[in-house]
Design a protein around this ligand. Structure first.
Ligand code: SIN
Length: 270
């Protein structure tokens, strides 16, 4: 096995070659897991991964959590469809966010597989929340270490990019520290996002919004990001405790289809 790793930017993302996800041996999986821990986002090209291998890979990280708002792939209900049709102007994940942060044990790993790509565009951006946390002023970091924030799935209500759902899909809010410790590496990361965070615990929404807006702007500065250009057969894994992501809606009139599996994490601590 000859694994090579090429960083995509200063703070997050790496392309890894020398692994075959359809025949992943243990030592290859360990290299992949380490790269994900080191870089937050890992890109593997020319994989043409089968749905079975996609599920197997996810299960090596933990238990699959089926997204209750997305349409499942017909033959593979544990895989979610991330589909854009030519008439859509908004896309799933088209704003900076963290998958499933509204859950009390939020998703750790997401694995996205390219099935059908537009002729141009449709890139996915990632931003390092560990770099953002490290670059905050000492004063703000100390303040944020004391705070927790509520995250809610209610933002899906009225959304036209996810499937129709009944009110039972909504579970209300979950509370997480604003600065979390990564359960495996111990790295400190900012954990608030514009899609799902509603307010700081003990603060009103009006009081919370100015500081949250500042944190969203700060954390998604280009210096903290990398950009993944999709190619046929590509697979991208990311750790939702280390990065946020953003799907670019710049291909009107074209379709894009991705398959996503999300792996359940554990409750987050500081
Ligand atoms: C997502 O938010 O999980 C989708 C990202 C993408 O489609 O690029």
């Amino acid at each position: 096995m000859d694994v090579t790793i090429r960083k995509l930017s200063g703070h997050c993302g790496a392309e890894i070659s020398g692994l075959d996800l359809n025949r992943l041996i243990d030592v290859g999986f360990q290299a992949l897991r380490q790269a994900l821990s080191d870089h937050g986002v890992v890109v593997l090209r020319d994989q043409d991964i089968s749905p079975e291998a996609h599920i197997d890979l996810a299960e090596r990280f933990g238990e699959i959590v089926v997204n209750r708002f997305f349409t499942p792939v017909r033959e593979w209900p544990r895989i979610a469809e991330v589909r854009t049709t030519p008439d859509q102007t908004r896309v799933i994940g088209g704003t900076w966010h963290t998958d499933h942060s509204y859950d009390s044990a939020p998703a750790k790993i997401s694995i996205l597989v390219a099935k059908e790509l537009p002729p141009h565009g449709g890139d996915t951006h990632f931003a390092s929340m560990t770099a953002a946390a490290a670059c905050l002023s000492d004063g703000l970091r100390v303040t944020l270490r004391e705070l927790s924030a509520w995250h809610s799935d209610q933002t899906f209500a009225g959304s036209n990019v996810v499937k129709g759902f009944d009110d039972n899909a909504f579970r209300g809010g979950s509370l997480h520290p604003v600065l979390i410790r990564h359960p495996e590496s111990g790295a400190e990361a900012l954990y608030v996002n514009g899609d799902f965070t509603t307010h700081f615990d003990g603060w009103s929404e009006a009081e919370s919004q100015p500081l949250l807006d500042y944190l969203y702007r700060f954390a998604t500065q280009p210096i903290f990001t990398c950009r993944v250009q999709w190619t046929p057969g590509a697979v991208v894994l990311w750790d939702n405790r280390l990065v946020q992501h953003y799907a670019t809606a710049d291909y009107p009139g074209h379709s894009r289809l991705m398959h996503r599996i999300t792996v359940e994490g554990e409750p987050l601590g500081r």
